[in-house]
Design a protein around this ligand. Structure first.
Ligand SMILES: [Zn+2]
Length: 393
């Protein structure tokens, strides 16, 4: 076994989440439930570059065939990209990889920064193009680079936000970036931070759609390999705490102090042992969740879930929670309504107007939006809980 980021053999299995379905596939009927596939979800940790990676990588064609997610619907993300646009307005030509519906391209256009996007999703990319936000549709690879360079110069800034976690082959991605970016150009990569998974007990962030989990050290090694240098890191407040990494297409830019501190700190915190402990905590916290819900149920409470992001799949399948405990889950996205949660098959329903009279206990899976969710329940006496670690909200 070798690390797919740095080639080291110092890689070992640290987390086993058992049999898991694909977290973004919501079966709609009995037949789809019968045909639902499950795979063992094991996470490896590389001691050399301090990355996590899924042992069995599922072919992305299976994962993305009916993928449908619009970034711009999310207000927090919209603000995030507006701020990023302001920060990068000095660049001449920006390419956004994984540009989705143009969430970064739109504020860049408003700031009159020349920019284009690349996105694999046909329907989402088309929506961006229809709004005048130039988007090349396809995965980021040699072919698409060739197509772009026929019409445009090399970009002096490339942005890839929430992209590298989904890649099947990070080393190839780094090589392609190197061939595409201008000399002395800058690459900005935003990653969900592996170290925060440990800190916040967020095992729910592991699922098959995302084979790689990064630290600053792993980003540094991945790009050092192609002659690019991680020189600055900003801590940002999206997706449970992320890193914004700045990488220069040169060998010796000045490295910021905060970058050095983060790199150094990881050497203490991210270790094989800390991940083995994490695995123990995962099962402890899942058992607590199940026990607490069982107690509430036995006392006669009516429990429902709110929000069905991918994490519902990981949590309910590890904790073995089905509709005996959570009667149904409410989700405001019509794309998920009247389907079932992956693996445990809890019904997903739209929110009814009298929701606060139908339940007294809510497990808030989409806890980032708790303040908005709370409002739907008015002044009625409802108890809200965060699933992992289980606590009252
Ligand atoms: Zn490695």
């Amino acid at each position: 076994m070798k690390c797919k980021i740095c080639n080291s053999k110092e890689i070992s299995e640290v987390i086993n989440l058992g049999k898991q379905p694909l977290a973004n596939k919501y079966p709609k009927n009995k037949l789809e439930i019968i045909n639902e596939k499950k795979f063992t979800l094991k996470i490896l940790f590389c001691k050399n570059c301090r990355s996590g990676q899924i042992k069995k990588i599922i072919n992305r064609n299976i994962l993305f065939e009916d993928y449908y997610y619009l970034s711009s619907v999310n207000k927090k993300l919209r603000e995030h990209f507006q701020n990023l646009a302001l920060k990068i307005k000095k660049y001449n030509f920006v390419v956004d990889i994984g540009s989705n519906d143009g969430i970064l391209l739109k504020p860049l256009k408003e700031l009159k920064v020349k920019s284009i996007g690349i996105d694999p999703s046909i329907n989402v990319g088309k929506m961006a193009n229809d709004r005048g936000l130039k988007t090349f549709i396809g995965f980021f690879d040699k072919n698409i680079i060739k197509k772009i360079l026929k019409k445009y110069e090399k970009p002096d800034l490339i942005v890839a936000s929430s992209v590298v976690t989904h890649l099947e082959n990070p080393k190839k991605f780094a090589k392609d970036i190197k061939s595409f970016i201008k000399k002395d150009g800058t690459l900005i990569i935003e990653i969900e931070y592996l170290q925060n998974f440990l800190k916040n007990l967020e095992f729910e962030r592991f699922y098959f759609d995302r084979p790689f989990y990064y630290s600053a050290n792993s980003i540094k090694k991945l790009f050092k390999n192609v002659g690019m240098t991680l020189y600055d890191i900003e801590k940002i407040n999206v997706h449970g705490g992320s890193l914004r990494c700045f990488i220069k297409n040169s060998i010796n830019p000045k490295i910021t102090k905060r970058c050095k501190i983060i790199l150094q700190n990881e050497k203490k915190v991210l270790s094989t042992k800390s991940f083995q402990n994490f695995n123990i905590q995962i099962y402890k916290s899942s058992n607590i969740l199940k026990d607490k819900l069982t107690n509430l149920k036995n006392k006669g409470y009516t429990i429902i879930g709110y929000g069905s992001p991918a994490r519902v799949s990981t949590i309910t399948n590890v904790a073995k929670i089905n509709s005996n405990l959570i009667e149904y889950i409410i989700d405001d996205s019509p794309l998920k309504q009247n389907r079932f949660s992956p693996g445990m098959h809890i019904k997903i329903l739209p929110r009814k107007n009298n929701i606060s009279q139908l339940t007294d206990t809510v497990v808030v899976f989409a806890y980032e939006y708790f303040n908005d969710i709370k409002k739907f329940f008015g002044k009625n006496k409802v108890q809200f809980y965060k699933p992992i670690p289980f606590r009252k909200l």
